[in-house]
Ligand binder design. Structure first.
Ligand SMILES: *Cc1c(COP(=O)(O)O)cnc(C)c1O
Length: 379
């Protein structure tokens, strides 16, 4: 069986987890602090704050910006449902706009048309690791006085060329970027998330809000020769990452470049082997973007039925997934008719399939996927 994805975890990560378990401090502590420093250095961000997952990271981003009832947040429906849900958690209204059919990312021109006096923020998703058009989006956000938040759940290690230089997603380009370390992403801590920002005040708020609004963290009280009493300054949350997870994350971070190298090689090999097939559309990487290839998404020719193709591949031992979901089609969003057309989002969900890609994938296995897919396309 060839899986759709597979985390790359070794004895190194297992040893790190073991050490953290035996250290006597297993919740948010020194490993989390080190993971934050190393992640910030890697992406070039002034501040990085670790949390329990990317969904809570997105929620904290909106909470720290005081976005709430009456506010509108523009985002893609064509994303994992957590992107839209975090807007609902805050009490604000998600406003969905359509995607560009080539990049599967939010279309900046459609974002511009969707801005109203109530718009407070844009959440732009770097879908499947492919960077959004951040030059247009940051300019647009500045022009309208709204905040740009990057849902970089899938985009650890992805790069974008800004003003002539390659920079990692998370540097940050928008005001806040949120990452996921779920096993479906390129590096994993089991569950985990990270917020990066260049704004010291926002970083302070993330740290307060992730830990119950506590004025003095437990780590500080634990190490103090003086008795310290803490206060609870706001209604916060428990969105902490554990030191066990962070210890694993630090090892994964050391291997990020290597893991992405394998994925890039597999992506160019797919492009070689699947190029020039009539009606099959391969992912498009703009000249200013370098994807980490978290997923490899192809669009099927119109004559083929998505579910049938996926079933035939599964019957031959190859797992696939359909195109990224559309949140506006799910029950929690059924009560609000979308304000803007979402035709490209729906087509991307209905006409695309994700092919297996993971760093340990062998060329043999990739050949098998290609052979079975080509046979399907010939039928
Ligand atoms: C995976 C994902 C999330 C959620 O990340 P978790 O860490 O699982 O909470 C949010 N947005 C996008 C685009 C994702 O792919």
């Amino acid at each position: 069986m060839i899986p759709i994805a597979l985390p790359s975890l070794s004895e190194n990560e297992a040893d790190a987890a073991r050490e953290a378990v035996l250290s006597g401090w297993v919740s948010q502590g020194p490993q989390v602090a080190a993971f934050e420093r190393e992640f910030a250095a890697l992406v070039g961000a002034p501040f990085a704050c670790a949390v329990s997952n990317c969904t809570t990271a997105l929620h904290l981003a909106l909470a720290a910006l005081n976005i709430g009832p009456g506010d509108e947040v523009i985002t893609a429906s064509h994303s994992f449902i957590a992107t839209a849900n975090c807007i609902r958690y805050s009490g604000a209204t998600p406003v969905f706009v359509d995607i560009d059919p080539d990049s599967y990312n939010i279309d900046p021109e459609l974002v511009a048309e969707a801005i109203t006096p109530r718009t407070r923020a844009i959440i732009a998703v770097h879908q499947m690791g492919m960077p959004c058009d951040l030059s247009s989006l940051t300019a647009l956000a500045a022009r309208h006085g709204v905040v740009l938040i990057e849902d970089a759940a899938c985009a650890a290690g992805s790069e974008i060329r800004m003003n002539g230089a390659w920079e990692r997603i998370g540097k940050p380009h928008g005001t806040i970027a949120c990452f996921s370390f779920h096993p479906r992403k390129v590096i994993t801590t089991g569950e985990g998330g990270m917020l990066t920002t260049g704004d010291a005040e926002l970083d302070r708020k993330f740290r307060l809000l992730r830990q119950h609004g506590m004025s003095v963290p437990d780590t500080v009280r634990h190490g103090s020769p003086q008795v310290i009493f803490e206060d609870y300054l706001v209604v916060g949350f428990n969105y902490r990452m554990t030191d066990i997870q962070a210890a694993v994350g630090r090892k994964q971070l050391q291997r990020l470049a290597e893991l992405i190298g394998h994925r890039r090689a597999l992506a160019s090999r797919y492009a070689e082997l699947l190029g020039n097939i009539d009606g099959l559309r391969l992912p498009f990487e703009p000249p200013w973007a370098r994807s980490n290839w978290q997923s490899y998404c192809v669009r099927l020719p119109d004559r083929l039925d998505q579910r049938t193709v996926m079933q035939h591949l599964l019957d031959r031992g190859i797992a696939t997934r359909r195109g990224i979901m559309c949140s506006h089609r799910e029950a929690p969003y059924a009560d609000a008719a979308p304000r803007h057309g979402l035709r490209q989002s729906e087509l991307a969900q209905d006409r695309s399939i994700l092919l297996p890609i993971y760093s340990q994938m062998s060329e043999n296995d990739q050949d098998r996927v290609v052979d079975v897919l080509l046979a399907e396309l010939d039928s």
